[in-house]
Design a protein around this ligand. Structure first.
Ligand SMILES: NC(=O)C1=CN([C@@H]2O[C@H](COP(=O)(O)OP(=O)(O)OC[C@H]3O[C@@H](n4cnc5c(N)ncnc54)[C@H](OP(=O)(O)O)[C@@H]3O)[C@@H](O)[C@H]2O)C=CC1
Ligand SMILES: Nc1nc(=O)c2c([nH]1)NC[C@@H]1CN(c3ccc(C(=O)N[C@@H](CCC(=O)O)C(=O)O)cc3)C=[N+]21
Length: 284
């Protein structure tokens, strides 16, 4: 058996087409502001990708590229100004932040109505209460992708590997809200393979290349690979991206997302959809 491939691009295009049609009905184009500190190459590249896509679909996008050494107070001051600015609909502060800045302080400071990452504790609470609110982009994008490809969620045994605040935890909450039976695993899980083998729907967000091998996967399961790992090329060749799932898993899985070109494009599309949703809310 060879797994059905679930590319992100077609699903992301459908999500973006809807977001862009809704954006066009607003009095002004939704405005997304992204803030990053320092020049971590991955962060620079992600923010550039989001900025480009935002413009492509008719949003306004502004990027604040601040020095790595920006004091926390200065960042909080900028956030306060963006919160108060009615021309700004969505605010994203790129993570990770340098060590001298408290992630917690920053995420608390963003107006929950402009929190297009869905990381503010109010939005986190609404997610776990099953009430509508802005949802974290990667988990919400994964649910959109599953729906796009007609993969059932309700009643399915879902296993999430990883419990980060940006992927694992909120993904578990969204799957639970959709009536999956959810197990969350992490670095202290004993016999990970025994747990992942139970999954009809296996979602992996760890950051370790090829952690999930074929014998850890139930034949026919759907596998969502969130991991993005940059690995050096062999014999000094070009570096490339690879997921948390061993490509050999495609021999046993029923369906699998590629890396790159799977969950990544969904994350970006969902961010822009969230920005449109935030602008709609603020227009009411
Ligand atoms: N495609 C996309 O859009 C996105 C991709 N990513 C990628 O997804 C990956 C995960 O990101 P993120 O969630 O931020 O990562 P974090 O580093 O924040 O969290 C990793 C999680 O994996 C768990 N873990 C680590 N080692 C193991 C192991 N051997 N077995 C089981 N669990 C383990 C950790 O457990 P513990 O809690 O016990 O430490 C932790 O919960 C990264 O590769 C990242 O680049 C992230 C965001 C978006
Ligand atoms: N406040 C905040 N919000 C985030 O949503 C956030 C963040 N900080 N910090 C880092 C992670 C990571 N993340 C990705 C987004 C897009 C791709 C993406 O587009 N990936 C492409 C490949 C990109 C490449 O070539 O490097 C793909 O998978 O096809 C990947 C990862 C968002 N994150």
């Amino acid at each position: 058996m060879t797994a059905r491939l679930l590319p992100g691009a077609p699903a992301a295009e459908a999500l973006l087409a809807d977001a862009s049609a809704r954006a066009a009905r607003l009095p002004a184009p939704p405005h997304l502001v992204m803030v990053r500190l320092g020049d971590d190459p991955a962060s620079v590249s992600y923010v550039r990708g989001k900025d480009r896509k935002a413009r492509e679909v008719g949003l306004t996008s502004t990027v604040y590229a601040l020095p790595e050494t920006t004091p926390q107070a200065e960042l909080l001051d900028l956030i306060a100004r963006l919160n108060a600015d009615d021309s700004v609909n969505g605010i994203l502060v790129q993570l990770p932040l340098p060590a001298h800045v408290s992630e917690q302080a920053v995420l608390h400071a963003i107006d929950p109505r402009k929190d297009v990452d869905g990381f503010h504790p109010l939005n986190v609470g609404e997610l776990w209460a099953g009430r509508p609110a802005l949802r974290p982009c990667t988990p919400a994008g994964i649910l959109y992708l599953l729906d796009h490809y007609g993969i059932p969620v309700a009643g399915q045994r879902a296993v999430v590997v990883g419990r980060s605040h940006i992927v694992g935890r909120p993904l578990a909450g969204l799957l639970l809200n959709r009536d999956a039976t959810v197990t969350v695993t992490h670095s202290r899980t004993i016999d990970l393979g025994a747990v992942t083998r139970e999954a009809d729907l296996l979602c992996v967000a760890v950051g370790q290349p090829h952690l999930i091998t074929p014998e850890m996967v139930r034949p026919g399961a759907t596998v969502i690979d969130v991991g993005i790992n940059r690995v050096p090329g062999e014999n000094g060749g070009k570096a490339h991206l690879t997921g948390d799932v061993d490509p050999e898993v495609a021999r046993v899985a029923g369906a699998i997302t590629p890396v790159p070109g799977g969950v990544g494009p969904m994350t970006i599309a969902q961010l822009l959809a969230n920005t449109v949703a935030a602008a709609e809310m603020q227009a009411r």
